[in-house]
Design a protein around this ligand. Structure first.
Ligand SMILES: Nc1ncnc2c1ncn2[C@@H]1O[C@H](COP(=O)(O)OP(=O)(O)OP(=O)(O)O)[C@@H](O)[C@H]1O
Ligand SMILES: [Mg+2]
Length: 321
């Protein structure tokens, strides 16, 4: 386990962003900077933390945690479906195959939860009993485990817009994905989810829900892209406290940005107006939790290198120029 002192030392060195000019076309997501040149893409996972669709601050080592968690899972699932990973040139960077993204995201949920207007739970609470083509039984409670995991596909919104949860039929109606392609992605998603659930369970973690993205290679093969089973694309709960909290109607103990979100809500921020200035102790505790989650889920020790992340990334990517 990392020392709090070491996390503190890293605060001035967090990776806020990059602006490399000779690595190809750049696409800046909320968290990742993507550089595309020909048939390869370099995804730089920064330390930015987003919440309520805003970039809030940077958390020491968050980029490394997320990148290494994704590469851990790509490795652990490559027998189920091929993925875009080529190499890991830096702890914060993955080199991937550039492919055409499939215009739908596959969300798998094993529990009914969430609090936003698009969440399965809020829909259910408001009377919805058919969620994206899944018929849900009466009497479910928040955070209850579903009999079997369900698939709730989502449209891929343009930069900045909100994705929409839809059924298979609605995806097919758009005419951009064939039924065969959809079924292939659906099958892979359930298998990936099963693998994720099993590996997480051994570490005392519940994989609650997650989102997969797929892309098509030049020769028409569908592969897994983007990120997999990271705290930015998935919900994780601590298994040992699940039942007691569920029965008491309490919030689950979560591995994600919930810690910072709750702090923001305490400051009166829920996405509107000025983003509050996040104090160092909140950043340090958020980092500690990310690293703890990494070590728990992967069963390996996090290798923290204190120092200028931007300089290291630049050096490690020099060979791509
Ligand atoms: N191997 C790949 N080939 C082509 N596109 C990819 C590949 N991997 C990921 N992508 C796409 O690149 C984009 C990465 O964007 P990123 O996730 O950084 O930001 P975003 O999705 O626009 O916003 P957010 O920050 O909310 O996630 C996504 O649209 C993703 O589907
Ligand atoms: Mg994204």
């Amino acid at each position: 386990m990392i020392l709090i002192e070491d996390i503190k030392k890293q605060i001035p060195y967090v990776l806020k962003g990059t602006s490399f000019t000779n690595l190809g076309d750049v696409y800046e997501g909320k968290v990742r900077d993507n550089y595309t040149l020909g048939d390869r893409r370099l995804i730089v996972v920064t330390d930015r933390l987003s919440a309520f669709d805003c970039i809030i601050t940077e958390i020491p080592f968050k980029g490394q945690v997320l990148n290494q968690m994704a590469t851990f899972w790509f490795e652990k699932t490559k027998d189920i479906i091929g993925n875009h990973m080529i190499s890991v040139p830096d702890p914060n960077v993955i080199e991937v195959m550039e492919v055409s993204p499939m215009p739908a995201e596959m969300v798998v949920r094993a529990y009914i939860t969430g609090s936003t207007s698009t969440s399965a739970w809020l829909n259910y609470k408001n009377g919805v009993r058919n969620f994206c083509g899944n018929v849900l039984p009466e009497g479910l409670k928040k955070d209850q485990k579903l009999d079997v995991p369900i698939l709730t596909p989502s449209t891929k919104a343009e930069h900045g817009a909100h994705d929409e949860s839809v059924s298979k039929e609605e995806i097919l109606k758009r005419g951009e994905i064939t039924e065969e392609e959809f079924d292939f992605m659906a099958k892979a998603s359930f298998e990936l989810f099963k693998r994720g659930t099993e590996i997480a369970a051994k570490q005392g973690i519940i994989l609650v829900d997650t989102k997969y993205e797929f892309g098509k290679t030049k020769d028409g093969k569908i592969i897994l892209i983007d990120e997999i089973h990271t705290p930015d694309s998935s919900r994780f709960w601590y298994a040992d406290e699940y039942q007691a909290r569920f029965e008491a109607g309490e919030e689950q103990k979560k591995i994600d940005k919930e810690y910072v979100r709750l702090w923001l809500v305490d400051q009166g921020f829920t996405g509107e107006g000025q983003v509050p200035n996040v104090p160092d102790e909140i950043k340090v505790e958020a980092a500690r939790r990310y690293i703890e989650a990494y070590e728990l889920i992967t069963g390996t020790t996090f290798n923290a290198q204190i120092g200028d992340v931007h300089a290291r990334v630049e050096q490690n990517l020099a060979k791509y120029i």
